[in-house]
Design a protein around this ligand. Structure first.
Ligand SMILES: [Zn+2]
Length: 233
């Protein structure tokens, strides 16, 4: 086999290993992005839960305040009634107001109790949710750290491959490297074998002359159909 073809094959191996590694790095990066997205979703959910609890407490405070106000109002109505210096009509109107306010107050008190119960329940749940979220976030952060480490490792390996590539390029004529690079832009296998007279890149038969040329240790044979560089293994 032509010595240059041998070198190109080595180059191709390095380039394919590099490509593989880059793909794996991309996947690691993607996984890391997903984990980060998951963490921010968890944090967002926590924030929503906190806000819901805050809203419940606010609602409870308002409800209780309303109850207090009604209580004061009822007390005032009652005082006016107790003074007894009002007309029968006024008395009747006040009694009606007291009855109405009392009913409203009782309803609000019931609602206030329901809210209070919900706050208690929510607070209890929150403790569990908080620790679960904390654990989940820690776990994801650890995974991210592992991914970062792996990525660094692979970046080092990539650098090694780059050095190897430079070394592999030594001694290959520029013209051949250009041809290889051009082919490489569309195919991962610019250098392929001829098997039974068939180019293993495009699966087309090549001429006898090309087969002869590939066998020859002097020249470089290329496929008439796909222009790949050919060799006979
Ligand atoms: Zn071909």
């Amino acid at each position: 086999m032509n010595n240059n073809v041998n070198k190109l094959l080595e180059l191709q191996d390095i380039d394919n290993a590099t490509r593989e590694k880059k793909l794996r790095i991309d996947k690691l990066e993607q996984r890391k992005d997903n984990l980060e997205e998951e963490i921010s979703l968890l944090k967002e959910k926590e924030k929503e839960r906190e806000e819901r609890l805050k809203k419940l407490k606010e609602e409870s405070r308002e409800k209780n305040q309303e109850v207090d106000e009604l209580q004061d109002q009822i007390k005032k109505y009652q005082e006016r009634l107790d003074e007894g210096i009002i007309s029968f009509k006024e008395t009747e109107a006040l009694e009606e107001k007291i009855e109405h306010s009392t009913r409203r107050m009782e309803k609000l008190e019931d609602e206030a109790i329901d809210i209070m119960m919900e706050i208690d329940r929510t607070e209890e749940e929150r403790e569990k949710q908080k620790s679960e979220t904390r654990e989940a976030i820690t776990e994801k952060k650890e995974k991210i750290e592992d991914l970062e480490e792996k990525k660094k490792e692979m970046a080092d390996e990539l650098q090694e491959l780059e050095k190897k590539r430079e070394k592999a390029l030594e001694g290959i004529p520029d013209r051949l490297v250009s041809q290889y690079d051009r082919l490489r832009a569309t195919n991962n296998d610019p250098v392929v074998q001829i098997k039974n007279g068939v180019c293993q890149g495009c699966q087309m038969s090549v001429s006898k002359n090309t087969v002869k040329q590939a066998r020859d240790s002097q020249g470089i044979a290329t496929c008439e159909n796909c222009s790949r560089i050919l060799y006979i293994g």
